[in-house]
Design a protein around this ligand. Structure first.
Ligand SMILES: [Zn+2]
Ligand SMILES: [Zn+2]
Ligand SMILES: [Zn+2]
Length: 484
């Protein structure tokens, strides 16, 4: 029960903490747009292919001519969606990330067209703000672009919008169509400016290559979820190990601290500008989960060899069963290392339990009696223990002298305890009797009634609880043994 609550709380915590991270991954498509220097032309970014090749050729040629003559650098971006981000913030982000201000001599202009929002956003560089105001741009958007956008005439929308913007910043620039063999005539080519642009191009490209060097800077939505679930996986593994009683305290402290540390690292790495590809946090969480489980299994094996070297087969069997309790599910979660281990573990258990014994009387070989005949050999108390699923008995019989060997295996999940009267494992909790109901000042107290299924001995265990709740599911906080 506490484990389930722990995991629920954890899930809640992770969802609350993870929500901003997931929001960020929704915008990651925008962050992965190729920048101006990763494109064949520099001026049009159209990842969802809304525009015809002829339109792109037209825009690239004219915007290049405009740029080369020092008038303005107009960067056109057309995307299907930017998620829930506002176009203004998205445009500002791209303007900043692509270093348009610095690279293009402060006369940059970014035109961001968001198809699903039916919106055109403009971002004007500082040098251009004297010749072109945001109101001018918005007028261009309303007059030439929005209606065509809504009618899905994307080529027309962008082309007439850009034509008008060019006319606004350079009224004497003559637009031309490269597909019709026209060339720019409005200005003679300026060799010095061209050289400077080319120099800046290569500088910016080198800078961009350097910035992108450590790998993808953002995780996709799928990768984000994968990391999220690997974190969940790590916490489930850690949680299970922490709630197992016989795990050494030192290992528990280590488990808690390292898991927390890994969580913090993954959380820090998962920011919007991650320096790590998603495979890094995946390998941290999964690697640590496997390491933690392996460490625990190593300790179990070490103790098995140290403390149970001289023990009987039944003692060794019981230790192995107890120590691996609740770990079985792990082989489904980390099959690579654990399936083989589990196969070996099972085989060892089978050998310990099923390998024929030697008769203690005559050293002859023994065989195990079938379930239906073994009950002729069992004591009445042992039959009761089997019926209430406290112990599972195996009975062995000698071929030669018919000597019987009876071995009891504790059911791992049994709630039965040893009866203080007859000393069989037959004491079961029957009921809970409230003697005095509490109030705001006094505790409720009463007895848990345990009864022996074999000798009918009654054992009372006192309980006390805070508050006035009398539900039998409520945990008792203190109990003292009273013999009567
Ligand atoms: Zn049996
Ligand atoms: Zn014998
Ligand atoms: Zn008894």
């Amino acid at each position: 029960m506490p484990l389930r609550y722990f995991l629920l709380c954890l899930l809640f915590l992770l969802i609350v903490l993870g929500a901003p991270g997931l929001e960020a991954t929704a915008q990651s498509s925008l962050d992965r747009l190729p920048g101006p220097f990763e494109l064949e032309g520099h001026y049009v970014t159209d990842p969802n292919k809304f525009l015809k090749p002829a339109t792109i050729r037209y825009l690239e040629a004219n915007l290049y001519a405009l740029d080369m003559h020092h008038k303005a650098h107009i960067q056109v971006v057309m995307v299907r969606s930017i998620g829930k981000a506002t176009p203004h913030k998205a445009a500002a982000k791209l303007f900043d990330r692509w270093k348009i201000e610095k690279t293009y001599r402060h006369n940059g202009l970014l035109v961001l067209v968001v198809q699903d929002q039916g919106w055109v956003e403009f971002y004007i560089g500082s040098g251009l703000q004297q010749t072109l105001t945001l109101a001018d741009c918005q007028r261009v958007g309303r007059r030439y672009m929005l209606l065509a956008l809504h009618r899905k005439k994307y080529d027309k929308a962008i082309r007439s919008g850009v034509d008008s913007l060019i006319h606004n910043v350079a009224p004497d620039f003559r637009l031309f169509n490269p597909d019709a063999g026209e060339v720019t005539e409005a200005f003679p080519p300026d060799v010095a400016t061209l050289a400077r642009i080319q120099e800046q191009d290569s500088l910016a490209a080198a800078e961009l290559a350097f910035a992108n060097r450590p790998g993808p800077d953002n995780w996709s939505e799928g990768e984000g979820f994968l990391v999220f679930f690997s974190l969940m996986f790590m916490f489930v593994t850690t949680g299970v190990l922490l709630t197992i009683k016989h795990v050494p305290v030192l290992l528990k402290v280590l488990l808690g601290l390292v898991s927390l540390w890994v969580f913090v690292q993954v959380f820090l790495a998962g920011g919007t500008d991650s320096k790590f590809p998603a495979s890094a946090p995946l390998s941290w969480t999964y690697g640590w989960s496997i390491a933690a489980v392996s460490l625990h299994l190593l300790i179990i094996r070490y103790r098995y060899h140290q403390e149970y070297a001289g023990a009987s087969r039944i003692e060794r069997y019981t230790y192995l069963i107890k120590s691996h309790r609740r770990l079985g599910f792990l082989r489904f979660m980390m099959p690579v290392p654990l399936v083989l281990y589990w196969v070996g573990h099972r085989r060892q258990l089978r050998t310990l339990r099923n390998e024929p014994y030697q008769c203690p009387e005559c050293n002859g070989s023994m065989y195990r009696l079938a379930k239906n005949v073994e009950h002729n050999v069992l004591e009445p108390s042992q039959k009761v223990e089997e019926t209430i699923k406290a112990l599972d008995y195996d009975a062995w019989e000698c071929y030669d002298c018919q000597h019987h060997l009876v071995l009891g295996y504790l059911y791992p999940k049994t709630k039965a305890k040893e009866c203080p009267n007859c000393s069989h494992t037959t004491l079961l909790r029957k009921s809970r009797q409230v003697v005095e109901r509490g109030n705001s000042r006094r505790r409720t107290w009463g007895w848990f009634v345990w009864e022996c299924a074999f000798c009918q001995h009654i054992e009372l265990v006192r309980f006390e609880e805070i508050g006035t709740q009398t539900s039998s599911h409520h945990h008792h906080h203190h109990h003292h043994h009273d013999h009567c």
